[in-house]
Design a protein around this ligand. Structure first.
Ligand SMILES: *[C@@H]1O[C@H](CO)[C@@H](O)[C@H](O)[C@H]1NC(C)=O
Ligand SMILES: *[C@@H]1O[C@H](CO)[C@@H](O)[C@H](O)[C@H]1NC(C)=O
Ligand SMILES: *[C@@H]1O[C@H](CO)[C@@H](O)[C@H](O)[C@H]1NC(C)=O
Ligand SMILES: *[C@@H]1O[C@H](CO)[C@@H](O)[C@H](O)[C@H]1NC(C)=O
Ligand SMILES: *[C@@H]1O[C@H](CO)[C@@H](O)[C@H](O)[C@H]1NC(C)=O
Ligand SMILES: *[C@@H]1O[C@H](CO)[C@@H](O)[C@H](O)[C@H]1NC(C)=O
Ligand SMILES: *[C@@H]1O[C@H](CO)[C@@H](O)[C@H](O)[C@H]1NC(C)=O
Length: 583
């Protein structure tokens, strides 16, 4: 009996070690999409052996600041924010000029590349009001990608459309290709561009854009996206023996799309390809978790990963994008111990108490450049809190383009919604004294489209009484919502019970228990009986004025153009992901 058991254990041991050896050498890995959950559109990714075999991705930041995040991973699963390229307002002063009419302006799709010990990032600033225009191209470089400060001031270049790609030919000449599809040489020191050459028009669908060039086996491959970044989005490819073309399209195009499928991941496109340390090819792309109904997708466009099979002399084969994926054997999960830097993992929770000596976490985002002094960690009068000084205007703003160019600052601080299901809350200490003073939390897509729950001082029967107020803002071209028969909820206001202290201590919370609704609630520290709850549809912050961006969760303070200036103190900021819907 004893002997037999020892024997069978031995057999089991031998078999399992044999199996795992076989697994290690040939078995493919499984992983889940999205790899960068929450609004992470227009990814560009690469692998750098010289940087400890690390993968890097960057995504679009539009008007958010700091901007142009760089994420790093050693296993393609765990991604850490390692720097932001845009952290000094003077790098991109245009951003301060955007107004309430230009909610989708800013830094659009970038390309990140590495050459001779240096990272290169090219991007462009697009302006949408009164009509679409690319204001400038920007080239940033860094020799220490883990440091915000290492990113240079930009070299500007006079690009005339979005989505710059950067490619070096074997002779060292650098090329910018952009939406169109148009190619120009670039002098990387001065930003001077050569003449424009249209190198390919795509396969005939709308908006050929997002080009990237790869050289392989004597061919130049030009991969682009077409059909627009919505349900018709697709990736197509062409190749040429010369960098400047003529490029010949592949008969098997599109090589990647979820258009006309019932997949949960839709709008797949804007892809980039890279090779890992084993020589296997991978690709990144954007996708929207919406299903073909494409109606409820508050997080907007996110970053997904797919395996690529690319035989010598052949066209690449891209694995279709889904939630549950298989692909090449992934580098061993390292949980990123090898990745330097203080940034958070993209799906990590927040449990932030703003202690003395700490700073605002790197993944927090402002809408445009924050006003100096409006956000203070552990101010002397209230250590262990984040002090918000109110902006005069509320987060919708009153700025009129070209007139109130300085009327764009709003006291709003956010992070991404990174999970389908989550709980976000702030504990707030607030003692408003003037009519209209308000502090609260918001589900924010743009200044024209957000859902707020605030504590506001309102006059009632001749007295100023603190109230809790639930309010939805939906302005401007909301045609998409209008055709979807959405009922916009009305404003709901309730007085707070009278408290012994002038200081209100409340928890304001936003929760998503399903993928179609949010539950907003307010509770009071001093009066456990009091509870205010509202449920609201997530479709209200899907598309519309934020069709290129995605939901942010945050806290705000405003005097609502009144005479107040009472600060609000956040003593606790919590975000906890509670799961992803992936099919
Ligand atoms: C690579 O990792 C080692 C050990 O973690 C670390 O000392 C080194 O600084 C890293 N190098 C780079 C370029 O990140
Ligand atoms: C901001 O806009 C004004 C008015 O259009 C323009 O004169 C100015 O140059 C712009 N500033 C920046 C930094 O783009
Ligand atoms: C999906 O179907 C529509 C309508 O037939 C067509 O116009 C579109 O090109 C198709 N998309 C792709 C990627 O084939
Ligand atoms: C592993 O994944 C690659 C990339 O998708 C594919 O080409 C290959 O056939 C897969 N191998 C196995 C054994 O499934
Ligand atoms: C914000 O301020 C504007 C201008 O005063 C006002 O029209 C709007 O109703 C306010 N919105 C909210 C959510 O308070
Ligand atoms: C905007 O602010 C800047 C700097 O504070 C100031 O120089 C400029 O005159 C202001 N412009 C307007 C239109 O108020
Ligand atoms: C909106 O409602 C109208 C009238 O009930 C209906 O005809 C239409 O199909 C609905 N549209 C959508 C997108 O559900």
């Amino acid at each position: 009996m004893k002997v037999q058991r020892a024997f069978s254990l031995l057999v089991a041991f031998v078999m399992s070690s044999k199996t795992s050896a076989a697994l290690a050498s040939s078995h493919n890995s499984t992983y889940t999409n999205p790899i960068l959950p929450g609004w992470h559109s227009d990814p560009s990714c690469l692998f750098v052996a010289e940087e400890n075999n690390t993968f890097f991705c960057t995504t679009s930041s539009f008007l958010t600041f700091p901007g142009i995040p760089i994420y790093a991973s050693q296993d393609l699963r765990h991604w850490k924010l390692v720097s932001n390229v845009f952290t000094r307002p003077e790098q991109v002063p245009e951003i301060a000029n955007s107004t309430s009419q230009t909610q989708q302006d800013g830094l659009w799709a970038s390309t990140i590349r590495y050459r001779n010990g240096k990272f290169y990032l090219v991007t462009s600033y697009a302006s949408t009001y009164p009509s679409f225009k690319v204001v400038s191209g920007f080239l940033f470089t860094s020799t220490n990608v883990y440091s915000d400060d290492s990113w240079t001031d930009p070299v500007r270049f006079a690009i005339r459309d979005i989505d710059p790609d950067l490619f070096w030919d074997d002779d060292g000449t650098a090329y910018i290709s952009r939406a169109g599809i148009v190619q120009q040489t670039i002098d990387l020191k001065t930003g001077v561009l050569g003449p424009e050459t249209k190198i390919w028009g795509g396969t005939g669908s709308a908006t050929p854009e997002g080009p990237h060039i790869y050289k392989r086996d004597g061919w130049y491959y030009l991969m682009i996206s077409e059909g627009g970044t919505e349900l018709n989005h697709r990736v197509t490819i062409a190749r040429s023996k010369k960098v400047s073309g003529p490029y010949e399209g592949y008969s098997g195009n599109p090589i990647l799309t979820n258009s006309n499928t019932t997949e949960y991941f839709q709008t797949v496109g804007h892809a980039d390809l890279f090779q890992d340390g084993d020589g296997n090819w991978w690709g990144s792309a954007l996708a929207t978790r919406s299903g073909p109904a494409w109606r409820v997708y508050p997080m907007g466009r996110e970053t997904v990963l797919f395996a690529v099979t690319w035989e010598e002399g052949e066209w690449p084969i891209l694995e279709p994008v889904q939630g549950q994926m298989t692909g090449w054997r992934l580098p061993r999960p390292s949980k990123g111990e090898g990745i330097p830097g203080k940034g958070a993992y993209v799906d990590a929770p927040d449990r932030i108490t703003f202690g003395p000596g700490t700073s605002i976490p790197r993944h927090f985002l402002y809408w445009r450049i924050p006003k100096e002094g409006s956000f203070t960690v552990s101010p002397p009068e209230s250590p262990h809190s984040l002090r918000l000084l109110p902006s005069s205007q509320n987060i919708t703003g009153t700025g009129i383009p070209g007139v109130d160019v300085n009327e764009t600052d709003i006291t709003l601080i956010t992070r991404r919604q990174s999970h389908t299901y989550f709980t976000y809350s702030v504990d707030i200490t607030y003692a408003p004294t003037e009519a209209g003073e308000e502090a609260g939390v918001t589900i924010f897509l743009t200044q024209d489209q957000h859902i707020d729950l605030g504590i506001v001082l309102l006059s009632s029967g001749g007295n100023l009484v603190p109230h809790v107020r639930f309010q939805t803002t939906l302005l401007n071209d909301l045609d998409t919502l209008a055709t979807q028969n959405v009922t916009v909820p009305g404003t709901v206001v309730a007085p707070l019970p009278s408290l012994s202290s002038k200081e209100i201590r409340a928890r304001l919370q936003v929760q998503a228990k399903d993928d179609t609704h949010y539950i907003l609630s307010a509770t009071l520290h001093e009066d456990k009986q009091f509870e205010f709850t509202q449920t609201v549809e997530a479709v209200l912050v899907s598309g519309g004025t934020g069709r290129f961006t995605g939901t942010l969760l945050g806290a705000y303070a405003t005097s609502n153009e009144g005479s107040g200036s009472t600060p609000a103190y956040i003593t606790q900021w919590q975000y906890e992901g509670q799961g992803q819907k992936i099919s």
